[in-house]
Each structure stands twice: as C-alpha cells, then as structure tokens.
Design a protein around this ligand. Structure first.
Ligand SMILES: [Zn+2]
Length: 104
C-alpha cells in the first residue's frame, strides 16, 4: 500500500469508528430492556426505540410479539447479555438476546 492509500485508509477507519461510536451511543440511549410482554409493550409505546429481550428461538413467539407490540426482531447481537433465563413471550428457556424494533 502506498502512502496516500494508507493515509486514506486511516481516515476511513476513523470515520467508520466515529460513526460506529455515535450509532452505538444512540442505540444504547434508545434501547430498553424488557423481561415480560407487559413491560415490552409499555416501553415500546413510551419510547419509540429498541427493546432488548430474551427469546426462546420459536417463531411463534416472534409472531406473537409482532402481533402484540408491532415489533420485529432486528438482530441478535454478537455481544450477548443474559437479561433473564426465560423467553420474554412464552417463559420457556431463552436461547438468545434479541434487539426488537418497530418498522416505520
Ligand atoms: Zn418463547
């Protein structure tokens, strides 16, 4: 890599990094934790953002959550946290922590 492209790469890395940090911060500010459906519904109605909740992996639960709250699973973060042992919807053993959001 010549000097110019390595400099350019450095700038791009920097921009990317800043954007990522900003995005992450914004995401964190707008993300709330729910451990049951009631909480999920209330929090997503109060604050139009993201909900972090445990999920058992069953599509039926995903559908039910969508039906009740209008939110869909957005991603399963690489950095998993254990918010609780049980699925926010059915109360069975949870497999993943999922970030949920409504589609606008
Ligand atoms: Zn479930």
């Amino acid at each position: 890599m010549d000097e110019l492209s390595s400099k350019l790469q450095e700038i791009l890395d920097d921009v990317h990094n800043n954007m990522y940090q900003l995005c992450k911060k914004r995401l964190e500010e707008k993300t709330q934790i729910a451990t049951n459906l009631e909480e999920f519904e209330r929090k997503i109605n109060e604050n139009q953002g993201y909900i972090k909740a445990m999920w058992c992996g069953d599509e039926k639960c995903e559908d039910k959550i969508k039906e009740l709250t209008g939110a869909r699973s957005r991603c399963i973060p690489y950095e998993q946290e254990k918010l609780s042992d049980t699925c926010v919807c059915c109360g069975k053993k949870a497999k993943h922590m999922v970030v949920w959001a409504r589609q606008y």
